[in-house]
Design a protein around this ligand. Structure first.
Ligand code: KIV
Length: 329
């Protein structure tokens, strides 16, 4: 796909653009540089060139298409914080890139997500959004950017879409956040819910612990997930729960449940990119699988580079520009 992912979700996306009577088979898409347009029906073409000619079509992955995967396919989601790695994740076909406030630890070196600011999140979200041609970009709303009041939360969430190019926001909390989730979605801001272990509440939870272990706590999580889905969340992240409660939650809501440390019976999985790539500091949590050992690869590269500079091996001839051609003195 190329960022103009209309064909595969033709009817639905055209419908969202308000052209409900347009049948995909009655129209073909012409990609015209940056301006795709429909061409088979002259009247439609006029309408589109007048109203939609300059619009960039939706990516394949957006709130609606992610929700539509429920029961159809499993979503492999990853966090992303910068342009270079987001570009690779997007090109690999990962559907959802979460600019997690985990960047406080993975990228900025804090010991929790609490110090992360709205400006830092906007900065990193914009870098990821510039890279994501087809993946949906979800920006994590940092601590205190949505808790104070609804108006402030809407304004801050809107900045992620308007200034940073995100496609949606994520916020932590269950049933007690349903009102805010409803307000955001009614205002055109798709929301990814987040329940279970919610790291912004680490001080309240007494540490990074598995959640929903007792029957009552499990039932509360089911109620939280239902409340978020009813309020309009397009999907829900479920972090660090026993797999059986994750399975119950997955079966209880009509939107995808994306597990992180929640076992296999979810509609998708999320991993922190640094964990997935073997780049994290210290021992990763039990639920992590590293698909590469980049810390070792990078350390070796740094050591070898230092050695070669010391030994005069680098730069070699092939790294040098051509010598000056002798000219008149
Ligand atoms: O901040 C983050 O990376 C997250 C994911 C682990 C879900 O919230």
């Amino acid at each position: 796909m190329n960022g103009y992912g209309l064909l595969s979700f033709g009817t639905c996306l055209v419908g969202e653009r308000g052209l409900r009577n347009l049948e995909p088979e009655a129209a073909t898409v012409r990609e015209n540089g940056d301006t795709p347009c429909f061409v088979s029906d002259p009247n439609t073409e006029i309408a589109l060139s007048a109203c939609y000619g300059k619009m960039r079509f939706m990516k394949t992955w957006n709130a609606a298409s992610v929700t539509a995967t429920k029961g159809v396919t499993r979503l492999a989601c990853v966090t992303a914080y910068d342009y270079a790695s987001a570009r690779l994740a997007d090109a690999a076909g990962l559907p959802l890139l979460l600019v997690g406030d985990s960047l406080g630890m993975t990228v900025l070196g804090y010991d929790s997500t609490l110090p992360v600011t709205l400006d830092q999140m906007l900065h990193h979200t914009a870098a990821v959004a510039r890279a994501a041609r087809d993946a949906m970009v979800v920006a994590d709303m940092p601590f205190l950017s949505y808790q104070v009041c609804e108006a402030e939360a809407i304004r801050n969430a809107g900045r992620f879409l308007q200034e940073a190019g995100a496609d949606a926001v994520k916020l932590e909390g269950g049933a007690f956040r349903a009102g805010l989730v409803g307000a955001l979605t009614r205002n055109g801001i798709p929301v990814l819910g987040h329940i279970g272990l919610t790291p912004q509440s680490v001080n309240q939870l007494g540490g990074y612990k598995v959640q929903g272990k007792s029957r009552e706590a499990g039932e509360r999580l089911v109620a939280d997930a239902r409340a978020l889905a009813e309020a309009g969340a397009f999907a829900i992240v479920l972090e660090c729960t026993p797999p059986d409660i994750a399975a119950t939650i997955t079966a209880s809501v009509p939107v995808p449940v994306i597990g992180v440390g929640a076992g296999p019976v979810c509609d998708g999985q999320m991993l922190v990119m640094h964990d997935l790539l073997g780049l994290s500091e210290g021992r990763p949590p039990r639920f992590v699988k590293a698909y590469a050992a980049l810390a070792e690869t990078m350390s070796l590269a740094f050591r070898t580079y230092a050695e070669e500079v010391r030994d005069g091996v680098f730069p070699a001839r092939e790294h040098c520009y051509a010598p000056r051609t002798p000219g008149p003195a």
